[in-house]
Design a protein around this ligand. Sequence first.
Ligand code: SAM
Length: 261
Amino acid sequence: MSDMIDFNSDTAKALERVYLTPDVVGQRARVLAELSLKHGDAVLDVGVGPGLLAYDMALTVGDTGKVAGIDVADAMLAMTGERCKDLPQCDFRKGDACALPFDEGAFDALVSTQVYEYVPDMDKAAAEIARVLKPGGRAVILDTAWDSLVLNARDRGLSRRVLEVWDEHLVHPNLPAKLSPVLERAGLQVLRIEMIPMFSPHYQTHSYAAGMLRMITNFVSGRSGVSENEAKAWYDDLMAGADRGDFFFCLNRYMFLAVKK
Ligand SMILES: C[S@@+](CC[C@H](N)C(=O)[O-])C[C@H]1O[C@@H](n2cnc3c(N)ncnc32)[C@H](O)[C@@H]1O
């Protein structure tokens, strides 16, 4: 756990940049559509992060609705609070996905994107989703399957080692593969699972791929047997591919729609 990524103010700024790329803007639109929020709905964002989705949801539910958000990280709460400061329907609190600070049946909908992969006790977190939703309430959950990452790295051995060490940044590197039974056990019915690829067949500076390759390099550098030079060599090799015109990045995220029975 202590080796996981630190959601401090530098990470918050780096994530905000990545989450403003067209890839993630498009993902957010799909999440919002799947949530089907109505004017006046009460929705909870678990692991609200930089607050980009919370802001969009607040405009959707309007001033008769409610957008609550929790996060364990102060830097994230500061960023989301600043972004939504003029929206009185927002209520952000420090809290953990495994102990949501809300009453039973408080929400019409719940969303959590890129959060449960960091939460060790998924059974407890899923029970909390079911507890705070009204009967028939919708949950939209999105996480990444890191085993799906395909890169055009020349040194495949080094690339495998780098990505193995990157797996240390979270607790469930492939949560989507095992999420459905966890949700069903908690009393949620999984209605649909869709794949959202983060796909860059060419290098673009303002892309999810570019931002993540920088984050991966910074995280693995000097960690668990990957030296700073090796991390730099891995990154430089991929960037040389970008210059040659044979860059490739594809990573699959999965969006689950579930309802409380
Ligand atoms: C990768 S960010 C995603 C942020 C946001 N959901 C988004 O998609 O823009 C992960 C967030 O989950 C938060 N987080 C990690 N573990 C958590 C936990 N146990 N309970 C609540 N939030 C958590 C982090 O602080 C961070 O803000």
